[in-house]
Design a binder for this molecule. Structure first.
Ligand code: 5AD
Ligand code: SF4
Length: 439
């Protein structure tokens, strides 16, 4: 009988992309997807290691699987992704129910591993980092009912910011060949995808020198935008130090390129930025923001920021708040710093207490919420182009996103999914807009 698999995905969009890869690999080989974890024969937990919270979430989910394994000793439980890479062996010792751990660069082996375990019940640790990421599998029908899809254009990171585990768990920068990326885009479009988000820890460092035609990130965007039936192109994440004028020009020259840039700043104080090894100063970051705004004031800017980095004083924190008020981000992802074992920041003294971190995060989020609301209110009355994604969460309306990545809910027929419609913004909230279709 065909075995059923359930994938629990935690963490970032790259993990969602990896989970789609795993699912397609398994479906193509006769396994069946199963939404209910209790009915699965194989449970894969795709984990995140970037902060302490997602690590705890993954471990507590895994712990809850012990009962299922007791009832069904045939059950296969695998931990995949960044936490598997970071703590694979330790997790195998701590959780006897785990059959295997597999790091992000080993995903191409999923089929052999699962089939090997079914046959021989061996326990596996697969955490090599020198492997080339696998080519995507094509599984017709997989993306049905989706309008939006991801393509990973690069893996890993060479920046080694002092707090970050990513370079250790995803390895050094590896760029995918442009022809592979284009082929994957054609596949997604043939499956009905109309918006593609290019993924990578640092997409704007993309280069390809191995063919006669040299590629950079801008040339990749131009080629992708030329594909028929693709309506929108997005990318994330960019590093401020690699944001070129060439890329900024793309916003003006490529009509399909969405007007949104995610540009993590992490901290507003030069002292902290230096200790984080971010490679830019506050002034340089602000200059880039000015450039983006001059290029097009409608480009939405979002960012990531951390509070409570080792040694962060109230004065340093004020610099962060000041930067937030100055830039007026459209949205901000804010986190409490947490030690990641093996990173230089974890070894730093002057750790900030949890209470101070909580209080700073709250103050920061209150300020940002005010800014987000104010910016969304300015959109009331404006006409915006929305790519319709389908029925909204409550199911009564349609939902879609503007070029600037704002969620808009409005009345309309579900057959509009996958199409661009013009909408007038009628009301605004913290996380969404209410619209009305024109015509
Ligand atoms: N602690 C807290 N936040 C972190 N991030 C990365 N590493 C850490 C850490 N050790 C945040 C950064 C990054 C986002 C993905 O997660 O803001 O941009
Ligand atoms: Fe981590 Fe810095 Fe690389 Fe981003 S650029 S993944 S924060 S090391």
């Amino acid at each position: 009988m065909n075995k059923r698999f359930h994938i629990q995905t935690m963490g970032c969009q790259m993990n969602e992309y990896d989970s789609d890869f795993l699912a397609q690999s398994l479906i193509k080989n006769g396994f069946l997807p199963e939404k209910d974890v209790h009915r699965a024969d194989i449970i894969l937990i795709n984990t995140c290691a970037v902060r302490a919270k997602p690590e705890q979430k993954a471990c507590s989910f895994l712990g809850r699987m012990a009962d299922l394994k007791e009832k069904n000793p045939e059950l296969i439980v695998g931990m995949i992704g960044c936490l598997a890479q970071m703590k694979g062996k330790e997790l195998m010792r701590r959780f006897p129910l785990l059959d295997f751990v597999m790091g992000p660069r080993e995903l191409g082996h999923i089929l052999e591993s699962v089939e090997g375990i079914i046959r021989e019940r061996q326990r596996l640790v697969q955490t090599a980092l020198d492997k080339v990421p696998p080519s995507p599998v094509k599984c017709t029908g997989y993306f049905q009912n989706r309008t939006s899809g991801f393509i990973s254009i690069m893996e890993g990171c060479n920046n080694f910011c002092s707090y970050c585990i990513v370079p250790y768990v995803r390895g050094r920068e590896f760029f995918r060949a442009p022809e592979d990326i284009l082929e994957e885009a054609r596949y997604l479009i043939s499956e009905g995808i109309r918006e593609i988000t290019l993924l990578g820890q640092n997409v704007n460092s993309y280069v390809w020198k191995e063919t006669q035609n040299k590629w950079n990130f801008s040339s990749l965007l131009h080629e992708l935008a030329a594909l028929d039936d693709l309506l929108r192109l997005r990318f994330t994440t960019s590093h401020p130090k690699d944001l070129s004028d060439d890329l900024l020009a793309c916003f003006a020259n490529i009509e399909k390129l969405a007007g949104h840039i995610h540009l993590p700043f992490q901290a507003g104080s030069n002292r902290i930025l230096k200790s984080m090894r971010r490679g830019y100063t506050r002034e340089q970051y602000l200059a880039i923001i000015e450039k983006i705004k001059t290029c097009d004031e409608d480009i939405a800017i979002t960012s990531d920021v951390m509070v409570g980095f080792p040694g962060e004083t109230e004065e340093d924190f004020q610099f962060t708040l000041d930067l937030i008020e100055h830039v007026e981000f459209d949205a901000l992802f804010s986190f409490k710093y947490s030690d990641r074992e093996g990173t230089p920041a974890a070894e730093m003294s002057e750790k900030i207490s949890e209470n101070v971190k909580i209080a700073r995060l709250q103050r920061l989020q209150d300020i940002q919420n005010g800014i987000t609301l104010k910016k969304n209110q300015r959109l009331v009355g404006r006409q915006m182009t929305v790519l319709v994604e389908g029925a909204s969460k409550k199911g009564e309306q349609l939902t879609g996103r503007t070029s600037s990545n704002k969620v808009v809910n409005f009345d309309g027929d579900v057959t509009l999914a996958g199409r661009l419609v013009e909408v007038t913004v009628k009301a605004s909230y913290l996380n969404s807009l209410k619209g009305e279709i024109i015509g």
